[in-house]
Design a protein around this ligand. Structure first.
Ligand code: NAP
Length: 286
């Protein structure tokens, strides 16, 4: 039987209603959640992601402030701006859209964000918190995947989870978050020899490599849960994931589509982290 397709768009819409209700309550209490987005350079994909995030904020009632910097902006100007946002009571979340142009010191910039406003979860404190299970904010893409699994009551405890992709923003935090939930986790990357010998063992396979059709049906265990984080744009403009969706869905028990799977949940969890942050600020006022 073909896999159940997990509808990330529908789940995102439901979860956003919850975040809208929480935003409305905060506004009633005199505090509108605020997200600052920093965009450096003119990467068209980054610009599209930022547009998507600020629109999503508007949809749930979160105030968003977009600050744009040219690629030639001195790094100190960006750091100074982050420090101003750290001190701004109207702002509860700050994110720097990645990737940054390569001449910027990514670590220095991310670590300039106040921990309590680090809604993307990339500050070193948050990264370290993934090890011990007490982040201030979980990073949004793995958090979205976790929420997708929960929505289908897929318990990860004791399951073999294979994460394909070991980046700092998706693969590694994803693996640590699932380990924290008692999964047995294996992380694969570009230098993994014979990827299939790992992926066939996965009860839950999470793929975030950015390689179209990396995962073929013969690499997937029958009835596995397959979560496709990858986003790849084909020359004809279509978006596809890293998984051969049509082939693998005949074998898996659950699968996420691209688009309409993990993507909408990533932005949704960013909204959630921002609302959560605003609630913490509100609690401190009392
Ligand atoms: P990244 O920084 O380029 O990392 C890719 C990871 O995949 C690296 O660890 C790399 O290994 C590994 N990899 C590359 N080719 C591989 C192969 N043939 N076999 C096994 N592993 C391989 O990318 P990212 O930022 O993590 O993003 C990954 C994908 O997810 C991209 O398509 C991105 O667009 C998408 N994404 C989607 C969302 C969403 O919301 N849906 C959010 C973020 C990212 P090495 O470490 O050895 O180089």
């Amino acid at each position: 039987m073909a896999a159940k397709v997990i509808d990330g768009k529908a789940l995102a819409a439901t979860v956003r209603q919850e975040f809208k209700r929480r935003t409305d309550s905060l506004i009633e209490a005199g505090l509108r959640p605020g997200l600052a987005v920093i965009l450096v350079g003119d990467n068209p994909a980054s610009r599209a992601y930022v547009r998507n995030k600020t629109k999503a904020c508007a949809d749930v009632g979160i105030y968003s402030l977009l600050s744009e910097f040219t690629v030639n902006t001195p790094q100190d100007d960006i750091l100074r701006h982050i420090h101003q946002l750290n001190a701004d009571p109207a702002i509860h979340g700050i994110l720097v859209q990645l990737p940054l142009p390569p001449h910027f010191d990514l670590r220095l910039i991310l670590d300039a964000i106040a921990q309590e406003k680090d809604v993307d979860g990339f500050h070193l404190y948050n990264v370290g918190g993934l090890i011990s299970g007490n982040t201030v904010f979980p990073p949004c893409t793995p958090y979205g995947v976790q929420r997708l699994l929960e929505s289908e009551n897929i318990d990860v405890a004791g399951q073999n989870v294979v994460v394909v992709g070991a980046s700092n923003i998706v693969g590694k935090p994803m693996a640590l978050m699932l380990l924290q939930r008692d999964a047995t986790v294996c992380i694969c990357h570009a230098k993994t020899r014979d990827l299939a010998q790992f992926t066939v063992l996965a009860d839950i396979l999470i793929v975030a490599a950015g390689k179209p059709n990396l995962i073929l049906p013969e690499m997937v265990k029958t009835s596995a849960v397959v979560i496709d984080v990858g986003i790849n744009r084909l020359p004809d403009g279509r978006l596809i994931g890293d998984v051969d969706f049509e082939g693998v869905r005949q074998k898996a028990s659950y699968i996420t589509p691209v688009p309409g799977g993990v993507g909408p949940m990533t932005v949704t969890m960013l909204l959630g982290n921002t609302v959560e942050s605003a609630e913490r600020f509100a609690a401190l006022r009392h």
